[in-house]
Design a protein. Structure first.
Length: 119
């Protein structure tokens, strides 16, 4: 009996490790996605949305885990630095002059589909 429990637990752990990210949003869904917080939603609308909600801009699409996961693996500090300093085609501050580091962090988490990492 104990051996069977170990096998079941091992199978569950292995299946979780191989879990695939959810499918990317459709273009229509990406255009409609917004952070739940009204202030962050307004910041997102005036800065991030123009590139991260439009397919083909070169920016990772909002909540497209397949596009964001390799970036996420670099660490939040790297993503925050890229947002603030700019990186490749990403303009410095993402054109959000009023965003604080905490705003950038929350917006990155939202766009990367990692809002559950907020605490």
């Amino acid at each position: 009996m104990r051996g069977a429990l170990v096998l079941v637990a091992s199978a569950l752990i292995l299946s979780a490790c191989g879990a695939k990210p959810p499918p990317p949003p459709t273009p229509e869904q990406a255009l409609a996605l917004r952070p739940a917080d009204a202030r962050l939603s307004a910041l997102y609308e005036t800065s991030c949305h123009a590139c991260h909600a439009i397919p083909g801009t070169g920016a990772p699409l909002v909540q497209d885990r397949a596009a964001w996961d390799p970036r996420w693996k670099q660490g939040e500090a790297v993503l925050l630095d890229h947002a603030v300093q700019g990186f490749n085609a990403m303009p410095a501050t993402g054109q959000c002059a009023t965003c604080t580091p905490a705003d950038f962090q929350a917006l990155i988490r939202f766009m990367a589909g990692r809002e559950d990492s907020a605490k």
